[in-house]
Design a binder for this molecule. Sequence first.
Ligand SMILES: Nc1ncnc2c1ncn2[C@@H]1O[C@H](COP(=O)(O)OP(=O)(O)OP(=O)(O)O)[C@@H](O)[C@H]1O
Ligand SMILES: [Mg+2]
Length: 255
Amino acid sequence: MSEHVMEAQNIKMYFGGVHAVDDISVYVDKNEILGIIGPNGSGKTTLVNVLTGIYTPTEGKCLFNGQDITGKKLQNMTGLGIARTFQNLRIFKALTVMDNILVGQHLTISNSPWDILFHGKHYRETERKARERAMEALELVGLEKNADDFAGAIPYGAQKRLELARALVMDPRLLMLDEPTAGLNGVESEELMMLVKEIQQRNQISIILIEHNMKLMMKLSDRVLVMDAGREIALGVPAEIQSNPVVIKAYLGEG
Ligand SMILES: Nc1ncnc2c1ncn2[C@@H]1O[C@H](COP(=O)(O)OP(=O)(O)OP(=O)(O)O)[C@@H](O)[C@H]1O
Ligand SMILES: [Mg+2]
């Protein structure tokens, strides 16, 4: 039996009486982009929060390469190769663009307190490597010239790309993006998503993508999960989704 990169099995996430996610089963395979769409409050973010261990599901299992990771926190799983971005920007505006990347990386770099305190040889070497990797990630998203700018001073679109770079520096095998284009204009959205696709193909990674822009979603996704009120209303390749009467009625509406 082939193993999926990530698999959610019968996930339920209830907050009291709110059934935020209600029996969702879905997987993503190697090199695949799984899109998740659905109206506001349909449970998209909650599903990703369960997959990244922010919540332990009320019921169900999360598997990563066949390994049970249900409820495991993402920060304890960086070695596994999972990274995500958040719907609301989580960059540090008072730090430079470079330092925003380094802060994330420092979680994964091991240094003894002694080394850190006295900037020992090992510290300086890992620091140099971390900067090198950070610069590579910034180059990927076209922010290498902004490395020394304060993150709060670069345009919003660039801040979104910085958040993407912070995830990419982890060299993930699976990347989860929660509305990466929210707040961007049409051109910026298109550019960012083309960049995501390019990186996905070059690094052969799997992506779970939450996105409201239907046109981009249909263009980029290999398969799409449509959620409504915590439930799956459709799951399939874009052509199936676009012609699914239930989806058209519930979500595409005006289409
Ligand atoms: N921590 C929580 N406690 C209580 N209810 C929550 C919690 N997190 C989410 N919810 C509820 O779960 C439902 C699904 O929310 P979620 O944020 O997952 O939706 P979404 O599909 O990501 O929406 P949007 O498109 O607006 O981002 C909503 O009714 C929300 O209020
Ligand atoms: Mg959301």
